[in-house]
Design a protein around this ligand. Structure first.
Ligand code: 5AD
Ligand code: SF4
Length: 458
C-alpha cells in the first residue's frame, strides 16, 4: 500500500435490517478517517463482523468466522499489512470481554450503542489489542453519526432504511433483544425528518422506517405535543420525492388508531405489514409474555383490513416453545388459516442463555420442532403461492431497483414487496405500472403497462 492508497473497510452483517443500516453508519463514520468499503475481505485493513444473537449457534458461527479472519490477518501481516478485527452487533454486546478471551486476535469489541465512537476506539486499539466497549452511553449516538454524501446514499440503492427507534421494553420470554439492544429509545422527530429529507434529496424513492419495536416510536411534533408512529408517517409522506413508505418490525400491542388510519389515508404507505404474532395459542402467548391473545390479534387484523382492504400481511412464528402441545401448535395452524398471509417467517424455538424461557423445564425435542416447522412452512408456502398467483393479470406499480440477471432485464418490488422482473427499457428509481404475467419460484414476471413515473435522478 502506498501513502496515497485509501484504507479499506470490509463489513459483514448478519441478521436483521437494523444491522444493514448500522453497517452503513459504521462505514459513514469511518469515511472521514480515509476508509473506503471493499467487497473483498482479503484486501481489508479493517474487518468488521456485525453480528446477530437472535437464534441458535449465532455465537459459535462468529467464533468460527473469527478463526478464518485470524488466518487472513496472519497472511496479511506476513505480507507487511496490518489488519484490525472488529466484532460489532448483538454478539459483541452479549459476549463482551469473553470474545477477546476466546479470540485474542480480535482488536476491538463494540456494542451497537457505541458505533459513533469507532474512530476513537480504533485509535485506542492501535496501542493495545482487545479493547471492549459495550457501555450504554447516555449521549445520542445518532446525532454523532454523519450522513453520507448524496452520491454514496444513492449508490446503496433507491430504497433505504432509516432507524427511528431502537431497543425494546417488551421482554418476550424467548428474546435477547431487550438485553442486547437495551431499553426502548425513540429518535427525535426533527432528526428523523432531516435524515428522510437528505435521503429524498439524494434520490431515494422508498424509505423503510425501522426499529426493533418500531410502532412503539413516540416523540414530539413541532408543537411539542406527543406524537405517534402514525403521525410520523404522515410527516415523512409530506417530503417531496419519497414515493413509498414502509415500517418494520411492529408489535400487535402498539398498533394504535393513528397507525391504522395512516394505512387508510396515505397512498405512500405500502399495503404490506409485517406484524409478528409468534403463536396462535393463548397459553403459549401468555408464557411468551406477549400480553395479547389470539383473539386480540385476529380482531386487530380485521381493523387493519377494514382500513386498507388490499393489505398483505406477514408475520413471525416460533414453533416448539417450551410446553407447546400438539393442541397449541394446531391453534397456530388455525390462526394462519384464518388470517391468510402473503408471506411469513417461522423459526424453531432456540434456547437463549439469560432469557426466562431458557429456564423452563418443558423444553421440546428437536424431532417435534422439526415436524411442526415442516407443517407450518408448508402451509405458509401454500398461502404465499396463492397470494402471488392472485396477482397474475393485475397491474401493480413496481419500483425499479437494479438490472436483472439476464441482459435487458430489470428487477424491482411490487407494493407487496414481491420481486418483479420486466424486460423493458427502464431506469433505476422509476415506478412503472406492470401487468403480472407469470410466477417463477418467488418472483413475478410482468410487462410494462404504461409510462414510468421517473425518479429525479440526474
Ligand atoms: N428462538 C426462535 N426464534 C426467535 N425469535 C426471536 N427469538 C427467538 C428464539 N429464541 C424470532 C421471533 C422474532 C424474530 C425476529 O426472531 O419470531 O420475531
Ligand atoms: Fe424481542 Fe420483539 Fe418481543 Fe421485543 S417485542 S422482546 S424485540 S420479540
Amino acid at each position: 500500500m502506498t501513502a496515497t492508497d485509501p484504507k479499506k473497510l470490509f463489513v459483514k452483517s448478519y441478521g436483521c435490517q437494523m444491522n444493514v443500516y448500522d453497517a452503513q453508519r459504521m462505514a459513514d463514520v469511518l469515511a472521514p478517517e480515509g476508509f473506503v468499503e471493499t467487497q473483498a475481505m482479503e484486501d481489508a485493513d479493517i474487518v468488521i463482523l456485525n453480528t446477530c444473537h437472535i437464534r441458535e449457534k449465532a455465537v459459535e458461527k462468529v467464533y468460527s468466522e473469527l478463526g478464518r479472519v485470524r488466518e487472513l490477518k496472519k497472511e496479511r501481516n506476513a505480507a507487511g499489512h496490518d489488519t484490525k478485527i472488529v466484532v460489532a452487533g448483538c454478539v459483541a454486546q452479549a459476549e463482551g470481554v469473553e470474545i477477546t478471551r476466546r479470540a485474542p486476535a480480535v482488536d476491538l469489541v463494540v456494542g451497537p450503542q457505541n458505533y459513533h465512537r469507532l474512530p476513537d476506539l480504533l485509535k485506542q486499539a492501535e496501542a493495545r489489542r482487545g479493547i471492549v466497549d459495550t457501555e450504554f452511553p447516555v449521549d445520542d449516538k445518532f446525532s454523532a453519526l454523519p450522513m453520507p454524501s448524496a452520491k454514496k446514499t444513492l449508490a446503496r440503492g433507491v430504497s433505504a432504511f432509516l432507524t427511528v427507534q431502537e431497543g425494546c421494553d417488551k421482554f418476550c420470554t424467548f428474546c435477547v433483544v431487550p438485553y442486547t439492544r437495551g431499553a426502548e429509545l425513540s429518535r427525535d422527530m426533527d432528526a428523523i425528518l432531516r435524515e428522510a429529507r437528505h435521503l429524498a434529496e439524494a434520490g431515494i424513492r422508498e424509505v423503510t422506517l425501522i426499529g426493533q419495536n418500531v410502532n412503539a416510536w413516540h416523540g414530539k411534533g413541532h408543537d411539542g405535543a406527543a406524537s405517534t408512529l402514525g403521525e410520523l408517517l404522515y410527516a415523512v409522506a409530506d417530503i417531496p420525492g419519497i414515493e413509498r413508505l414502509r415500517y418494520t418490525t411492529s408489535h400487535p400491542r402498539d398498533m394504535d388508531e393513528s397507525l391504522i388510519a395512516a394505512h387508510r389515508d396515505l397512498p405512500q404507505l405500502m399495503p404490506y405489514l409485517h406484524l409478528p404474532v409468534q403463536s396462535g395459542s393463548d397459553k403459549i402467548l401468555d408464557a411468551m409474555n406477549r400480553k395479547h391473545t389470539r383473539d386480540d390479534y385476529l380482531r386487530l387484523i380485521d381493523r387493519i383490513r377494514a382500513a386498507r382492504p388490499d393489505i398483505a400481511l406477514s408475520s413471525d412464528f416460533i414453533v416448539g416453545f417450551p410446553g407447546e402441545t400438539d393442541r397449541d401448535f394446531e391453534d397456530t395452524m388455525d390462526l394462519v388459516r384464518r388470517v391468510g398471509f402473503g408471506s411469513a417467517f417461522s423459526f424453531k424455538y432456540s434456547e437463549r442463555p439469560g432469557t426466562p424461557a431458557a429456564e423452563l423445564t418443558e423444553q421440546l425435542p428437536e424431532s417435534v420442532k422439526n415436524e411442526r416447522i415442516y407443517a407450518l412452512q408448508a402451509l405458509i408456502m401454500e398461502q404465499q403461492t396463492a397470494f402471488n398467483a392472485a396477482t397474475i393479470g393485475k397491474v401493480v406499480d413496481v419500483l425499479i431497483e437494479k438490472r436483472g440477471r439476464h441482459p435487458g432485464q430489470w428487477t424491482g418490488k411490487s407494493p407487496y414487496l414481491q420481486p418483479v422482473v420486466v424486460e423493458h427499457e427502464v431506469h433505476t428509481g422509476d415506478i412503472v405500472p406492470v401487468e403480472i404475467t407469470s410466477i417463477v419460484a418467488n418472483s413475478l414476471n410482468g410487462r410494462v403497462a404504461g409510462p414510468a413515473r421517473s425518479a429525479h435522478i440526474s
